[in-house]
Design a protein around this ligand. Sequence first.
Ligand code: FAD
Length: 397
Amino acid sequence: MAFKFSGVDFIAFDSLLSENELLVRNSTRAFIEDKLIPIIEQCNRDGRFPRELVRPMGDQGYFGATLDSYGCAGINNVEYGLLTQELERGDSGIRSFVSVQSALVMYPIYTFGSEEQKNLWLPKMATGEKLGCFGLTEPDFGSNPGGMRTRARKDGDGYVLNGEKMWITSGSIADVAVIWAKVEEPGVAAENWRVRGFLVETDRPGFTAHDVHGKWSLRASVTSGLSMQEVRIPAANLLPKSDGLKSPLMCLSQARYGIGWGAIGAAMACYDIALQYAKERKQFRDQPIASHQLVQEKLAWMITEITKAQLLSLQVGRLKDQGKAGFQHISMAKKNNVWMALECARMARDILGAAGISDEYPIMRHMMNLESVKTYEGTHDIHTLIIGQSVTGIAAF
Ligand code: FAD
């Protein structure tokens, strides 16, 4: 039984969107339907990132889409959110790839980089000719990146980097890694060394990447560990305007915003299939399972939560376009919407009964993907603490 996705809109949400916003949403939906849906289940089985879609996505203007000039599309934040929603309706791994390329690599180059760095990297990253990764997490430091052990040592007219990064999306396929490291300062206590960002070309001697295998989640996305042993880079590779841990956190805020929208896409995919299946599948008195109250309760919960998530993300997007979105607003959207999507995936799986565990339907794939999405870019609980700090003024980390 194959179901075609026709969109989810319970309260005329589309009437809140501009023509351009609808255009971006609809064209991305068509792209995903045409190019990703036919291959994604096999990619997921094979644990393969569909690299053949990178250049077509570049042609569509998906990379660095909110940035102005340097070959980027310059769309607004709501358009970008709708784009990530549609990408993740296809697969969280594809959305993750676009989020990393855009929010975690192009954004820091755009925001903290020199004019030379922007001219060198951004146009080629916008087309997908060059790929990037973002190295913040380490084997021993995830939620608390301030403890990082990666070091940059000034040496003549350059820097020498040493350290390990872990769980890095696109690590082994990247041409350049944005590496966050503490810069050694002789005479200053190590805990006071400042975090700065560096552009590290991945073919530099001493830089290696190894892929994480055996993942049950984001199987269509590349996840790698990075190792840097005496990697020498010119001083011009320092992102000159990066300054302290707030710089990578600013990047994470960009990416989390897109994740908040993306999760809605995964939830929509699961809800839509569960609804269509429930109307066709018959059990007891030859009635569709959709006629049973307990099934309706699940569908009603899903559509209510999806609708609330849409409104939350739209408001955060409008605030972002006005320069008024705080990181706590973005935390609320990321935390709520990913949790909501995971609950929708679990309920949808339940509604499909045994069929729900098969990859004839995308539900289990979305569910497994969302387990990663719940953890990365700040775990669900860390976002709770960010919101808690915002309302109480007290940090409880
Ligand atoms: P931990 O920090 O060890 O947390 C474990 C548990 O403890 C969590 O439940 C957490 O909520 C809880 N916890 C921790 N501290 C507190 C506290 N103070 N109070 C209450 N609970 C707490 N990182 C990158 O830098 N770049 C990437 O591209 C990237 N891609 C990723 C892709 C995938 C598929 C995955 C799974 C991860 C990726 N990550 C990436 C890493 C991700 O950001 C981290 O996994 C995340 O920050 C959590 O860190 P951790 O896994 O070390 O968990």
